[in-house]
Write a new protein. Structure first.
Ligand SMILES: Nc1ncnc2c1ncn2[C@@H]1O[C@H](COP(=O)(O)OP(=O)(O)OP(=O)(O)O)[C@@H](O)[C@H]1O
Length: 816
């Protein structure tokens, strides 16, 4: 990480400047700012998301020295800015420095003085925060008791972090950069943030299993516009109709859960929609969901002065569609929890909001005038002014006629016009004789200006009109703006009902998306339970099955009785990695509540999926491939529990064979030495056949061996991709090399050497044939030498040596 620098406010700033918050606001990108404190093994944090003006807090929780919990939160939230105290624990400093070495993600790290993280300071800042949903004149005591229902006050570290975060928001004016300085940064909702029950999956696993596939990190809060999802599990399951549905799905993907109640709630909805009888309902609801817009964005704009006509239209459509969806869902089985909640919890407030907007906003006129316009009968004063405004043209024509009669006979015509903010004016055409300014003067008229060849004047009559009618246009505008503010406040007071719409609709959208995918790809609903068993019958790889014309399904059973450690061998390209990944993906899908690609599946809720598979790009990380492999293996060995799934593919091949083999054998033995309940489900693929041939593993009932079937047909290897019990006897490396197009002579020689090495024979040198050739050449040199007449003075001995004996060695005489 780069050196610390001082920002304009005297705070220390580390690392790359990061993305500018103002720029992001223009891009309509959310800014996420996270404030964190670590003290004596406890972690306290909170973060603000400007997209929906929400403050998320996490109750103080224990974290280890490596700050795994913090790293998990950062992985999920991807804050643009991390704020912490200048006085902090070493582990946090180290963690932040390490974060700076990640080329894909460089948040701005800012430190504030320790005093900004005081507990009382935090509470005071919270009290004076801008909370638009509260009535403006609420007493401090009432505000405090209300706040205690929004945010927990018994997490001191978190509260201290909140204080500093609020200061930072105010200083940077996050989301209100363009507003008047009296407008505070709004907080529209408080959300408790929790990772409890979340299945541990690290970034490498997400990447190797192709759960997400995009260059940028899959952050919940930072869906980049223009970011394309490649072939990935998220890509094929995300059929959400709304943006917030996609966001929620992403969050589910980032937080696979062990919470059985949550998973069953999702499963029962998917089961309903995947029933062929209900496909019409699915289509109708999906169509209505399209009309539900970004409620947080709309509400945020209502706290500022930037509500547009289109915002009112969208809000009306959103609320109206939500009411329609609620009414349709009320006809679906109310035994399904989500349907019941939609039916009950989408309150009549929504109808009230829709009715109020419909009664107040004149959408046609608003669009025409491109400003908020009120319907008749909302405010009698506005109606009166508008009436006057409507009658104005006739009335002014009358006035103009009378004025013309009073003017010089040389003036051909006269009008009375109204210009907003200036008032009423008399206008006459300029006569050709009127050249100089003095020529414009007329008796009883005060010259104002010349525009488009017309002269504009004020006189007694226009002044009387000003007094009588006032600045009608501006008055109407001001009065309508006041009505809009009242309407905004009413909507903001109902914001809780609107957020409820958002959460329930997002959930419905995600589940309908997963149902559509399940129908299209013929998935099945897995049985979930709190046991330590995984049983997948005829499982498939959800991505490969879409790209491959034929996919061979395979089963996987892991339990105490069927062995928890499976060693998979097979020739290269026989399907080992795909099998490992397919098991990982099926378990993952079950843990987000989705149906799975299998004939049948029973999945015990695992607490983590650990992988040691192909390594990340080592150049950018700055570590050798082997070190990365070891790090991944260390994490699996140290952090997996009897309830985890561990997938290991070709561990140990990054160093010399014997050392790699020993490390692999030692790792398996490490798990075998554990008591039965502490051994994770392990699936290990290897090309080290000597692991079994040399008997490097202890005999254990926990260990079982699987191999992928192949056949040789007329010297050609055929992959059957079918898993069976046993150990692969040959690597078939030569057949595979030949299939890959290596030259036949090279493959032949490789087979020869391999055979001699295996049988312990000395490896015969490849240059034996050419030594005969050499003997023949020597003989010819000797014969030529003997034929030379050494007595003859003209014999070119030097040339002979050069050409025949040492053709490439330069000057042999001088060398000797
Ligand atoms: N079950 C299957 N059905 C159909 N095709 C499969 C199946 N499994 C694997 N394949 C095909 O075989 C290819 C190689 O599979 P995979 O990468 O899993 O082999 P491997 O045994 O791990 O090879 P290596 O040991 O060289 O890493 C896949 O890209 C896919 O095209």
């Amino acid at each position: 990480m780069a050196v610390a620098r001082e920002d304009s406010r005297g705070s220390l700033v580390f690392g790359a400047p990061g993305r500018n918050l103002e720029e992001e606001e223009e891009d309509d990108q959310a800014a996420v700012l996270l404030s964190v404190l670590v003290q004596q093994g406890q972690l306290g944090l909170c973060f603000y998301n400007s997209e929906n003006s929400s403050l998320h807090y996490m109750v103080d929780s224990p974290d280890n020295k490596e700050l795994h919990l913090l790293s998990r939160v950062i992985q999920e939230v991807r804050p643009h800015l991390i704020l912490t105290s200048a006085k902090q624990e070493r582990c946090l400093t180290q963690y932040l420095q390490q974060l700076g070495s990640d080329p894909h993600y460089r948040p701005e790290v800012v430190t504030y003085p320790y005093v900004d993280f005081g507990l009382e300071v935090g509470k005071q800042r919270l009290l004076s925060a801008h909370l638009p949903f509260l009535p403006p004149h609420i007493s401090e005591r009432d505000k405090m008791s209300y706040l205690s229902s929004c945010i927990t006050f018994d997490s001191p570290l978190m509260l201290r972090a909140v204080g500093a975060l609020l200061k930072c928001l105010d200083r940077r004016r996050v989301g209100v950069e363009l507003e008047d300085s009296s407008v505070g940064v709004p907080i529209l909702q408080f959300n408790a943030y929790t990772l409890k029950g979340v299945v541990y999956i690290d970034r490498d696993t997400y990447s190797v299993l192709q759960i997400f596939k995009s260059d940028l990190h899959p952050s919940v809060y930072k869906l980049q516009s223009g970011e394309k999802e490649g072939l990935s599990l998220y890509g094929i399951l995300n059929r959400c109709r709304s943006k917030f549905g996609s966001k929620m799905l992403r969050q589910w993907f980032l937080r696979p859960t062990q919470d059985l109640a949550v998973l069953r709630r999702r499963q029962e909805v998917i089961r309903f929609f995947t029933s062929p009888r209900n496909s019409d309902v699915l289509n109708t609801l999906q169509a209505s969901l399209r009309n539900i817009r970004n409620i947080p964005g709309l509400l945020r704009r209502m706290t500022l002065s930037s509500t547009k006509v289109t915002d009112w239209q969208r809000l009306y459509k959103t609320v109206y569609s939500a009411v329609c969806i609620r009414d349709s869902v009320r006809h679906l089985p109310q035994s399904i929890q989500l349907f019941r909640e939609i039916g009950e919890e989408l309150s009549d407030n929504l109808q009230n909001i829709a009715a109020l907007i419909n009664r107040v906003v004149d959408f046609d006129a608003s669009l025409e005038e491109n400003r908020f316009t009120v319907k008749p009968n909302v405010d009698p004063a506005i109606d009166e002014k508008k009436r006057r405004m409507m009658g104005l043209p006739d009335f002014l024509t009358d006035v103009a006629r009378r004025e013309l009669e009073r003017l010089d006979s040389g003036i051909p015509s006269c009008c009375v016009i109204y210009i907003p903010l200036i008032g009423f004016l008399l206008t006459v055409p300029r006569l050709p004789s009127m050249v100089e300014k003095e020529d414009f003067e007329m008796e009883g008229l005060e010259f104002m200006f010349l525009s488009e060849d017309r002269l504009h004047y004020r006189n007694q009559t226009t002044r009387e009109l000003d007094n009588l009618l006032g600045d009608l246009h501006s008055d109407i505008r001001d009065m309508e703006t006041a009505v809009m503010t009242q309407l905004q406040n009413a909507v903001l007071e109902w914001s809780q009902s609107l957020y409820q719409v958002l959460d329930l609709m997002a959930e419905l959208d995600c589940l309908m998306a997963m149902s559509s995918a399940s129908l299209e790809y013929s998935y099945t609903s897995p049985k979930l339970a709190r046991h330590r068993k995984i049983a997948i019958t005829q499982g498939r790889h959800p991505l490969l099955e879409l790209c491959s014309p034929v996919f061979v399904a395979n089963s996987f059973h892991s339990s105490e009785s069927e062995g928890r450690i499976k060693i998979v061998t097979g020739p290269n390209s026989s399907g080992k990695s795909i099998f490992l990944k397919q098991v990982g993906l099926i378990v993952f899908m079950a843990l987000i509540g989705s149906d799975v690609p299998a004939k049948e599946a029973e999945v015990g809720l695992v607490d983590g999926i650990f992988t040691r598979m192909q390594s990340r790009e080592s150049v950018s990380v700055g570590l050798s491939t082997f070190i990365i492999d070891l790090n991944q293996m260390a994490l699996a060995l140290n952090s997996s529990t009897g309830n985890s799934l561990v997938l290991i593919d070709e561990f140990g091949k990054g160093t010399n064979t014997v050392d790699g083999l020993s490390l692999l054998a030692a790792s398996v033995s490490f798990w075998l030495k554990k008591s039965l309940e502490d051994v994770p489900h392990i699936l290990l693929a290897t090309n080290f056949h000597s692991l079994m041939q040399l008997g490097l593993l202890p005999t254990s009932g926990m260990l079982s061996f699987l191999t992928l079937e192949t056949a040789v047909d007329r010297d050609e290897l055929v992959f059957l991709y079918q898993l069976k019990e046993g150990i692969c006897q040959s690597s078939y490396a030569s057949n595979i090399a030949a299939m890959a197009g290596l030259p036949a002579c090279l493959v032949h020689r490789a087979v020869e050497v391999s055979e001699q090495y295996r049988t312990g024979e000395p490896v015969k040198r490849i240059d034996r044939a050419s030594s005969d050739e050499q003997a023949r050449r020597c003989q010819s040199v000797v014969e030529k030498f003997l034929s030379l007449d050494l007595e003859d003075k003209d014999v070119d001995l030097h040339g002979f040596m050069k050409d025949e004996v040492l053709p490439s060695a330069g000057d042999p005489v001088s060398r000797s």
